[in-house]
Design a protein around this ligand. Sequence first.
Ligand SMILES: NC(=O)c1ccc[n+]([C@@H]2O[C@H](COP(=O)([O-])OP(=O)(O)OC[C@H]3O[C@@H](n4cnc5c(N)ncnc54)[C@H](OP(=O)(O)O)[C@@H]3O)[C@@H](O)[C@H]2O)c1
Length: 438
Amino acid sequence: MAKPVRVGIVGCGTVGTGVAQILLTKGEEIEKKTGVKLVVSKIATRNWNKKRFFNVPEPLRTTDWKEVVQNSDIVVELIGGIDTAKEVVETALKMGKPVVTANKHLLAEFGYEIANLARENDTAILFEGAVGGGIPLVKVLKETLCSNEVSEIQGILNGTTNYILTKMEKENLSFEEALLQAQEKGYAEADPTFDIEGIDTAHKIAILAMLAFGGKVDFSQVFVEGITQVNVLDIKLGMEMGYKLKLLAIAKRRDNGEIEIRVHPTFIPLSNPLSNVDGVFNGILFKSDYLGQLKLQGAGAGAYPTATAVVQDIIQLAVGLSRYGKVCDVTPIGWANRRLKIAKDFYSRYYLRFDVEDKPGVLYKIAQILASKGISIAGVLQQEWILKFLPSRSEVVPLIILTHKAYESKIKSAVEEIEKLPFVRSKPVLIRVEEEKY
Ligand SMILES: NC(=O)c1ccc[n+]([C@@H]2O[C@H](COP(=O)([O-])OP(=O)(O)OC[C@H]3O[C@@H](n4cnc5c(N)ncnc54)[C@H](OP(=O)(O)O)[C@@H]3O)[C@@H](O)[C@H]2O)c1
């Protein structure tokens, strides 16, 4: 009979506790299905006096992560952040021990170095739980789409922001009101900065882009804009025009080989399959040459969905160790030896809202500035039509312009110029529109 595989867990918080619970309660079932016996060797956390939703047996407890690494065949890092997490991962890999993590922050910033370290030490790092929680996005990219060329990824990758935008849309709430509700329901952290500023989403799309396009993404080059400035008026106006507003992560390969990678509030048409991914759910679209379009949707976070993904990785590694004495991993080799060229500018359609004085000549002047930058107007919204969304008639009215595709740098310079015009009364609103046919 094959030797049991020892699994050590570092970090016993939301996800770590879920992983401990699954391994300690489903071990027999996993063994029946795979023939591999998993044994939890040690679990480290800082303070065992904190209440957890699953009671970890006393003999498994420690506060010393080194003890976990020492006594395991597979090391599971679930403390999050960079400092100690990086040390745990690097220590295990240098000892030739495979690692499972859900740490998107660490992978987005150091995935390239860590993948190299794993390869140098003839072992592996798996990270299904880092992106999309329980949705097997990493597996699809690494395995299903290994034979395909991926041209584009679009994703709603953060449940907190998707919940906030859905609440704003459906209940007419302000951003602040919707955020408060998300916090009350436990969908947003006390400090929600990483979520609402789009950073969490950016970490995830950086990881997916590295896998899809086979190379390192310099995280500082990912364009990120969060949802803190989103106004419910624009969500409503978008709906009237047939668009939903989503915090969308986009990664696409251009014909010249450059990669566009960005995160920002985005209007998508109702025909886009992601438009009905609402609430805390995550959704993703992969476009590739042979498979075509693939949409996945599900629980993008939470203790059990994420723990399920982590355990999936543990099982994959354990089966390799137990049956063949070696881990098996299909992470694209390119990730570890190539840097992706990230596009500096990008090309999109735009929704622009200018709050302007209600007088003749305003549209003419704005159109002139746009034209001077080579930006052509696809449509202008009737002011009378918009007024029904305003509380009362005022001297300042919103002027909405939809542009044809233009470079972001040109749009920004036009908007800066328009903002200085005397009849423009507040900061213009700029929202990118993704309008591919679906
Ligand atoms: N939560 C989710 O839904 C979710 C989804 C996808 C990915 N992730 C990722 O999964 C990872 C874990 O997230 P989480 O939500 O489970 O975080 P969490 O609830 O904050 O848990 C982190 C745990 O790590 C422990 N810890 C911190 N420093 C430690 C150290 N030096 N030694 C030992 N233990 C230490 C903490 O211990 P104490 O409790 O004792 O202080 C805590 O139990 C993160 O990388 C996160 O990004 C989370």
